[in-house]
Design a protein around this ligand. Structure first.
Ligand code: ZN
Ligand code: ZN
Ligand code: ZN
Length: 230
């Protein structure tokens, strides 16, 4: 049981829940993290009730890899990425949560994810990802390699991209025009074309926006964090 804590300004996720753990998190404030608020991985469960999760750099709550937590009456807001993201065959029960003013959308679901929803209020979230994409930019322009916005994930057979490389829809249409490409799924990723990790030069990317020496791949965040619940 993790109750009434203030968890903030962490370099990595505020709280990690993983490998079948099933904690109760109640009345915590989890905010201003430089990664996500709460990350739930590897069949993690958990009951998250009445928490305030806000101003985190990544998703307020990221639910991945066969996890199935219950989120009830949380307030998830002012995130610099998505409010709640669910991916990799995970599920969730969401009841009476308020999810608002998150930059990459309130609730972002990967292909095939169907959460159980009741009486949530999801409002006033921003679609920065869709806006960047519809303006013709490479997704990498808004994500760099530090975040994983959820969008259409493609692969290019001509450029022989691996399982772990993703390409955004605008790069597919310009940089990889005429190539043998494949839509994989809607999911969270950054664009490897824009990141410059493919052999083909990206036509949508001008000067690199940041140093790309330490590239992260489109995989779950690193496990190094302040509070782990096993
Ligand atoms: Zn791209
Ligand atoms: Zn290609
Ligand atoms: Zn490109």
């Amino acid at each position: 049981m993790i109750e009434s804590n203030e968890i903030f300004d962490n370099a990595m996720a505020g709280i990690w829940i993983k490998t079948d753990s099933n904690p109760v998190l109640r009345h915590n404030k989890i905010h201003d993290g430089r990664d996500g608020g709460i990350c739930i991985f590897s069949s993690g469960k958990g009951l998250l009730e009445n928490n305030e999760i806000f101003r985190n750099a990544q998703a307020g709550v990221l639910i991945s890899t066969q996890s199935h937590p219950i989120l009830r009456r949380n307030r998830i807001f002012d995130g610099l990425a998505a409010g709640v993201e669910i991916t990799n065959n995970a599920c969730a029960t969401l009841e009476e949560n308020k999810i608002f003013n998150n930059k990459f959308g309130g609730l972002c679901l990967a292909t095939g994810v169907e959460p159980i929803m009741k009486d949530n209020i999801i409002f006033g979230n921003h679609n920065m990802v869709d806006r960047a994409v519809s303006s013709g930019q490479c997704l990498y322009k808004i994500s760099s390699y530090t975040s994983f916005p959820m969008h259409k994930f493609f692969r290019c057979r001509t450029c022989n991209t691996s399982e772990r490389n993703a390409i955004c829809v605008n790069c597919i249409n310009t940089c990889h025009a005429g190539h043998d490409v494949e839509f994989i799924r809607h999911d969270r990723f950054f664009c490897d074309c824009g990141a410059g990790t493919l052999s083909k030069h990206c036509q949508l990317q001008g000067e690199p926006t940041q140093d790309t020496d330490t590239l992260y791949d489109s995989a779950p965040p690193m496990e190094s964090h302040t509070l782990r619940v096993n």
